[in-house]
Design a protein around this ligand. Structure first.
Ligand SMILES: Cc1ncc(COP(=O)(O)O)c(C=O)c1O
Length: 439
């Protein structure tokens, strides 16, 4: 692994790996080309390079542009606003190899949920001490894999897991994942994980009896958390469990404040700035400086880093029968694009988001030159390419009239998108092109 930057600015040798415009002009085998052009320019050049005569080669497939510079900028923000808390990126959120490599170079740690994620991170040369296996219910062979590779930090929230860890990795460094109030989060993880506070002392006692090593407490306020106070409340709960640990004989030294941090797309309400202004002081007030504090941000790092361009592959014009006779019939449209709910837009189902469509190119006129902003808009719905009617990306929106061959852009598509995309109905996953706009 190359040297770790531990700053948002990469050292010159690392920079070369993440910014290689010369290579992107002349692709070399085995090296992922990365330009330094603005995202919109990368998209435009890709669209301009398309030739309708060659479309049998799938040229008009939907595609992502990932801006690795956005990941760097987010890291800078994290360091500035939560300097005491070490980010361990939640790989599950977007395990794209270039993103994970960038974060490894920046010096973050990693939250892994499975053997494969641990393998991915270790293969980059990341020290095992920079990994937390943050899944409270683990497969036995995966625990043994962690032991073999010296990935010691792992979470638990129940007695059975303690017995399993005792058998498979008795020297593990354990964090007790506690239940917090996640009622103010879009994805409430407490339904599945987290020890209620009335069980924590019992679990700590059991861990002591088994001779296990509990080094700290972790929590997750839920993904897509929209109330920063949830973090403050959770820190208080963690303090209580630290004190219980001391009573039982554990000298805990690590607090893990989990994920749930908003991305840079959240500009009002529960912004990252607001979360940091509550979490940082709460941690400082309740945990002395010798306690190490880590977090498991996912969405925060990547949501704004990926934009997805989709091609309108079909259109159906709908005329409403119920329109009053004698009045002018206004058409409504159903557009079909070539990525959908079973692909990158699985986030609609699993992450409860409502992606927003923008017209990117219409009648071969790109957004930046477009005069069609003044055109009338029509009600429409947007659908993915599969034969399933659940595959709906926007039930009702308004757009200028589009036609087959036009392009629609979806921004903020970096979190919980590519990672869970399938190839249902034989559709390819959207490929990713890279740029790095951090200068
Ligand atoms: C254990 C754990 N840590 C971290 C995360 C990342 O959460 P987020 O993307 O909201 O920061 C998740 C998401 O599900 C998780 O389950």
């Amino acid at each position: 692994m190359p040297a770790v930057a531990d700053t948002a600015v990469l050292t010159p040798d690392l920079k070369d790996q993440f910014l290689n415009p010369h290579i992107s002009e002349h692709p070399q085998e085995g090296i992922t080309p990365i330009t330094n052009k603005p995202v919109i320019q990368v998209i435009r050049e890709k669209l301009d390079s398309m030739n309708e005569d060659r479309w049998e080669s799938d040229e008009e497939n939907s595609f992502f542009v990932a801006d690795l510079g956005e990941v760097q900028r987010q890291h800078l923000t994290w360091k500035a606003l939560l300097p005491r808390i070490e980010p361990f990126y939640a790989v599950k959120c977007n395990p794209d190899p270039m993103i994970v490599k960038m974060l490894a170079a920046l010096g973050t740690g990693f939250d892994c949920a499975s053997k494969a994620e641990i393998e991915q991170v270790l293969s980059l040369g990341v020290e095992p001490s920079r990994i937390i296996y943050a899944n409270p219910c683990k497969q036995r062979s995966f625990i043994r894999y962690s032991q073999k590779h010296n990935v010691k930090k792992m979470t638990f929230d129940n007695a059975e897991e303690l017995y399993k860890i005792k058998e498979n990795f008795p020297d593990a460094e354990l964090l007790l994942r506690i239940l917090t109030d996640d009622s103010q989060s879009v994805c409430q993880l407490g339904l599945k994980f987290g020890a209620p506070l009335h069980t924590t002392k019992r679990l700590l006692r059991l861990a002591g009896e088994l001779g296990l090593n509990v080094i700290g407490v972790s929590f997750h306020v839920g993904s897509g958390c929209y109330d920063a106070n949830a973090f403050g409340d959770a820190v208080h709960r963690a303090r209580r469990v630290f004190d219980e640990g001391a009573e039982v004989g554990f000298n805990m030294s690590l607090l893990d404040v989990g994920g749930g941090f908003p991305g840079a797309d959240v500009k009002t309400g529960n912004t990252f700035e607001r979360v940091a202004s509550i979490l940082g002081p709460a941690v400082d007030a309740l945990f002395p400086p010798h306690i190490r504090v880590i977090a498991e941000p996912g969405r925060f790092y990547v949501n704004t880093a990926l934009s997805l361009s989709t091609h309108v592959i079909a259109r159906r014009t709908v005329t409403r029968e119920e329109i009053t006779p004698g009045t002018e019939q206004v058409p409504e449209f159903m557009y079909y694009v070539n990525d959908g709910m079973y692909g990158s837009f699985n986030c609609i189902m699993f992450d409860h988001v409502n992606p927003v469509p923008f017209v990117l190119q219409k009648d071969r006129v790109f957004i930046e030159d477009a005069a069609w902003h003044e055109e009338p808009v029509y009600k429409c719905s947007i659908w993915g390419p599969t034969c399933d009617s659940i595959d709906c990306l926007a039930k009702e929106t308004t757009l200028p009239q589009l036609d087959v061959g036009d392009w629609i852009l979806w921004q903020n598509m970096g979190a919980y998108t590519v990672c869970a995309a399938s190839q249902f109905n034989g559709f390819n996953k959207s490929e990713i092109h890279y740029t790095n706009t951090f200068v």
